[in-house]
Ligand binder design. Structure first.
Ligand SMILES: [Fe+2]
Ligand SMILES: [Fe+2]
Length: 388
């Protein structure tokens, strides 16, 4: 059976396809009848689904994180596609390719890794180069995980290969900025950019639907990454103490402020630049994903909790005759960070839907990372450090 992908669903279509279960809740309707509320995904998107009949017995036939065969119909609800399902059955392992169900970078991971290898090969500082080769070079333990990890669960680069894509984008910025501000130590800055989120390879889970590991929730990627890098530095004979301290500082301070999870604020030139570039890259990627999403009005996105504002989707380009095209309508070549249908930006807003109804806040908070931290009232899974 040829798989029907979420991006190709049409309203009122009869659906018989396979999807990954990312949320499963058995609830009771106002009339007292049990129903199943599901979130289902594949590599092209995510949507809500409901089972209204025989919900309890159908719920017994599959678990969270299963790939399931679903039968039912598609309908548009509040501008988004939803499924009403009559039947759901787990598909056994081996009958599907997991990559069809998880969003992945449009860039080839091998090609991206080759770019990273070239950046490392180009470094002058033997200790920095040695450290990066030990950690991420051919045959290293971390290499495969680094190539596969998403950069975040939801907020930016939330797809397989997203971490590597984020890192390469940052390195491009880092090299350019080092050419401009001559006092920057380019190798140190680029090493910090490559390693700053390395703890995410263990903080996040991405074998099935994306989530946080226990280690991620208890320790977090800043500490995981700093300990990891420190353990590798300790194995290199003669590794300079000053470099060790400054490199650790880059990781510890990269979220910029204590409020956003960094135990130290940036106090070196490279650390300041790293935290600004990281913030820039994460926000640009998130904004582009929102702008490419047809959800919301033609020119305005739905309210974006992560930015605490609506995003204007119309873009001005002289070549387009006055900028009539929204980002979602522009050709793919426009920007490689535009993932057509890859990520449903509306899902990055509050899944409860309350975000859409929120008024434009009068005070704009420019710094958005870590807004929804553990213990927040959003009712979602506690996620420390959502944005970074
Ligand atoms: Fe980052
Ligand atoms: Fe981070």
């Amino acid at each position: 059976m040829k798989k029907l992908f979420i991006k190709d669903l049409k309203e009122k279509q009869r659906v018989d396809t396979t999807l990954l279960v990312t949320r499963k809740t058995l609830s009771v309707s106002k009339a007292g009848k049990p129903y199943l509320a599901l979130k289902l995904m594949d590599s092209t998107g995510e949507l809500d689904a409901r089972v209204w009949d025989n919900a309890e017995s159908i719920a017994e036939g599959f678990s969270l994180d299963d790939v399931v065969r679903v039968k039912g119909s598609a309908l548009a609800y509040q501008g988004k596609m939803q499924l009403n399902l009559g039947n759901i059955k787990a598909v056994s392992d081996g009958e599907y390719t997991l990559r069809d169900y998880l969003p992945a970078s449009e860039r080839d991971p091998q090609e991206m890794m080759a770019e990273l290898d070239a950046l490392i090969a180009d470094m002058k500082d033997p200790f920095i180069k040695g450290l990066l080769t030990d950690m991420l070079g051919d045959g290293s333990e971390l290499r495969a995980r680094f190539m596969q990890a998403p950069a975040a669960k939801m907020m930016h680069h939330p797809y397989l290969g997203g971490l590597l894509e984020h890192v390469l984008s940052l390195c491009g910025l880092g090299v350019a900025v080092s050419g401009h501000y001559k006092n920057l130590n380019k190798d140190l800055l680029v090493a910090g950019l490559i390693l700053h989120d390395i703890g995410k390879v263990f903080e996040l889970t991405y074998e099935r639907s994306f989530g946080y590991s226990d280690e991620g929730r208890l320790i977090g990627h800043i500490t995981i990454g700093t300990e990891l890098v420190d353990s590798y530095m300790k194995k290199i004979p003669g590794f300079p103490e000053e470099l060790r301290m400054q490199l650790k500082h880059l990781l510890l301070s990269h979220h910029g402020t204590l409020e956003y999870g960094s135990p130290k604020r940036p106090k070196t030139l490279e650390a300041l630049v790293l935290s600004y570039l990281d913030d820039l890259d994460a926000k640009v990627n998130a904004a582009e994903t929102i702008m490419a999403d047809p959800a919301g009005e033609e020119r305005w996105s739905p309210y974006q909790r992560i930015f605490e504002r609506y995003i204007y989707k119309k873009r001005y380009r002289y070549e387009d005759g006055g900028g009539e095209a929204a980002l979602s309508e522009l050709p793919e070549s426009n920007d490689e960070a535009v993932f057509n249908g890859k990520a449903d930006a509306s899902l990055k807003a509050d899944a409860s839907g309350k975000a859409d109804a929120s008024p434009e806040p009068s005070v704009e908070n420019e710094r958005i990372s870590g807004k929804d931290q553990e213990g927040s009232a959003s009712g979602q899974t506690p996620e420390f450090d959502l944005f970074k």
